[in-house]
Design a binder for this molecule. Structure first.
Ligand code: CTP
Ligand code: CA
Length: 223
C-alpha cells in the first residue's frame, strides 16, 4: 500500500502542526469562529507521521478524527493555541501553521446569556496575539517556519507580505474563491512561496498537497 511504501525521509524530525479554527466566546452559548475544517492541517500531520517524523498537532475543534501516532493537543481559543504552541515551539525542527486563528475576540465575555433587545447591537472586539509572528520573532537557528495564507484577492503580494512581516521560511497560499481550494473540501490549490521562489501546485487532494509541501520543506532544509 501507498502509505506503507512511503520513504521515512522525515525520521528524527520534530514537527509541530496547527490545524482547525479557533472559537472565541461571546457568552456561554455563542462564539465567533470561521469555516476551517482542519483537513489540511490533519493531512500534513498524518503525512509527516507516515514519513517518520515525531508530530505534535495543536488543533482547534474539528469534526474529523485525529490521526494515529500523532501527539494531539486540543485547544479552543487563540489564546489556548498561543500557549500550547509557544510552550513547545523551541524543541521543534519544523513548524507548520495551518490553523485559522481568530484575529479578534470579544473584549468582554458575558458570564450570562446575552438577551435580545430592540434595535441593533454590537460587540466590541480586541486583537488576539499573532502566534506565527511571535514564532518568527523567536525562531531558533535552523528552525523552519511555514505559515498558511488565506486570501480572496492579491494572493501572492499579500502572502509575500506575511512571509516578510512574520519572518517565515515559506508561506502556503490559497485563494478561497478558487474552485477546489480552501477550507471545507478535500482538495486544495496551493502556491508555495519562499524568499526566492514560487511553486504553483495544481488542484490535488489535501493528502497530496501535504506531501508536496513536506517535499518542498525537505528540499529547502537539506540545501
Ligand atoms: N496566524 C497566527 N496567529 C494569529 C493569526 C494568524 O498564528 N493570531 C497565522 C495563521 O495560522 C496562518 C498565518 O498566520 O499560518 C496567516 O494567517 P492569515 O489569517 O492568512 O493572515 P493574517 O496575518 O492574520 O492577516 P489577515 O487575516 O489580515 O489577512
Ligand atoms: Ca487572519
Amino acid at each position: 500500500e501507498k502509505e506503507i511504501a512511503r520513504e521515512k525521509d522525515l525520521q528524527g524530525k520534530k514537527i509541530l502542526v496547527t490545524a482547525g479554527p479557533t472559537q472565541e466566546a461571546i457568552d456561554p452559548v455563542r462564539y465567533i469562529t470561521n469555516h476551517s475544517s482542519g483537513k489540511m492541517g490533519y493531512a500534513i500531520a498524518k503525512a509527516a507521521m507516515l514519513r517518520g517524523a515525531e508530530v505534535t498537532l495543536v488543533s482547534g475543534r474539528t469534526a474529523i478524527e485525529a490521526p494515529l501516532f500523532v501527539n494531539v493537543v486540543p485547544i479552543v481559543t487563540a489564546k489556548d493555541m498561543f500557549e500550547a504552541v509557544t510552550g513547545i515551539s523551541n524543541e521543534q525542527d519544523i513548524i507548520i501553521k495551518a490553523a485559522a486563528v481568530a484575529d479578534y475576540r470579544p473584549a468582554v465575555v458575558s458570564s450570562e446569556k446575552v438577551k435580545k433587545k430592540e434595535g441593533q447591537m454590537s460587540i466590541e472586539l480586541e486583537r488576539t496575539d499573532d502566534i506565527l509572528k511571535y514564532l518568527g520573532e523567536n525562531k531558533r537557528e535552523g528552525q523552519f517556519l511555514c505559515g498558511f495564507s488565506m486570501e480572496t484577492q492579491n494572493m501572492i503580494s499579500n502572502s509575500r507580505a506575511k512571509l516578510e512581516k512574520k519572518n517565515l521560511d515559506m508561506v502556503a497560499a490559497n485563494n478561497v474563491k478558487e474552485a477546489g481550494a480552501g477550507f471545507q473540501g478535500d482538495t486544495n490549490v496551493l502556491t508555495l512561496i519562499t524568499q526566492k521562489e514560487e511553486t504553483s501546485l495544481p488542484l490535488m487532494s489535501k493528502e497530496d498537497a501535504a506531501n508536496k509541501l513536506l517535499d518542498k520543506i525537505l528540499e529547502l532544509t537539506i540545501r
